[in-house]
Design a protein around this ligand. Structure first.
Ligand code: NCD
Length: 335
């Protein structure tokens, strides 16, 4: 238990987080269904609070949230910063370029420096898988993984689940689960931390997940993942409630994983012709940034089925929920 100020709830159905705390948010694998449901319920309350004229809540006044990004980011870093600001926390955003990381400072020394500034939470993005877990060993505050190498991106999976519920389930139906919904994740699964976190999270919430990728971009141990694997994109589309397209991550490719962009687009791109194979109610997701014209056609990205803009908006409320549950007061943590 901490000696911090008591919880300040926003009006709505927020419940105080129950002890004992999950200190960090490093991997979806650390979370149980009840943790995920609490996060999504809390995010829903914050989404309602964001419809009011006064969007800023006093909940985390006096807390310091530091964003440290060793990899480029638009959506995730802006959304964490805005989420912290909406909760009245102080925020600092540090990018590796222009920081002492460029001068060779180690992650440990950076952690100690941020700790000395009094950070309550460090939000970290890093090219090395596992870096946030190492950082958590060196700091007494909370660590939130904002994407580590090809490993995980837990808050992206949370905002994706929130968006699926918003579009296909309705906020008060079926608890916070996704039971029975069929989600197909398509593209560069091998390099995608978004795919890893989503497979774990969607499966935990009861969805049936299938990944589709070229053989060269399918992870070698895919049979150990809690999902099906398929190479037949068109067949999977016909039975999907959700299709989630992944960016082709050229920056993580050390070799040629497919013959040409044209060939990739022909086999694994989502164009209007393919979109027509989807059931009428089905939605199209993409975590961004998109390669328009490669994995997704512009007409598809901009179509009414696309949830891409909603995903960005939901990112703020989901991250408010994460910060609130991890830093919110007497009983801190995710569970
Ligand atoms: C993703 C990421 O960085 O892992 N983007 C994001 O956070 N919105 C996906 C990607 O880079 O393709």
């Amino acid at each position: 238990m901490s000696d911090r100020a008591p919880l300040q709830l926003v009006p709505g159905d927020l419940r105080p987080p129950a002890p004992p705390a999950r200190r960090h948010l490093l991997s979806v694998a650390d979370l149980e269904r009840s943790d995920l449901e609490r996060l999504l319920t809390t995010a829903r309350s914050f989404a309602l609070s964001q419809e009011r004229d006064t969007k800023k809540l006093p909940t985390l006044r006096g807390r310091l949230v530091i964003n440290v990004f060793y990899e480029s980011s638009t959506r995730t870093s802006a959304s964490f910063e805005l989420a912290a600001k909406r909760l009245s926390a102080d925020t600092l955003s540090i990018k590796a370029s222009g920081s002492s990381a460029e001068k060779g400072e180690s992650l440990k020394d950076t952690a100690l420096t941020l700790e000395a500034m009094g950070s309550d939470a460090i939000v970290v993005r890093h090219p090395a898988s596992g870096a946030p877990r190492r950082l958590a060993d060196w700091t007494s505050g909370r660590v939130i993984n904002a994407g580590d190498g090809t490993h995980e991106h837990p808050t992206q999976a949370l905002l994706d689940a929130f968006t699926i519920r918003q579009r296909l389930v309705g906020p008060d139906q079926r608890g916070q689960g996704l039971d029975g919904l069929r989600v197909t994740i398509v593209g560069d699964v091998l390099h995608s931390r978004v795919a890893r976190s989503n497979v774990l999270l969607l499966d935990t919430l009861g969805a049936e997940v299938t990944v589709v990728a070229p053989p060269t971009l399918m992870p070698w141990a895919i049979e150990t993942w809690p999902c099906k694997a398929s190479y037949d994109f068109d067949a999977e589309l016909r039975k999907s409630d959700v299709v989630m397209m992944l960016r082709v991550q050229q920056e993580r490719m050390s070799a040629a994983f497919f013959p040409t962009v044209r060939e990739y687009r022909r086999r694994y791109g989502l164009d209007t012709g393919r979109m027509a194979l989807l059931p009428e109610h089905a939605i199209v997701m993409h975590p961004g940034p998109m390669n328009r014209g490669v994995e997704i056609a512009a007409e598809v990205a901009d179509s009414p089925r696309s949830t891409i803009v909603a995903q960005v908006a939901n990112g703020v409320t989901v991250r408010m929920a994460v910060l609130y549950l991890m830093l919110g007061g007497a009983a801190e943590g995710l569970s």
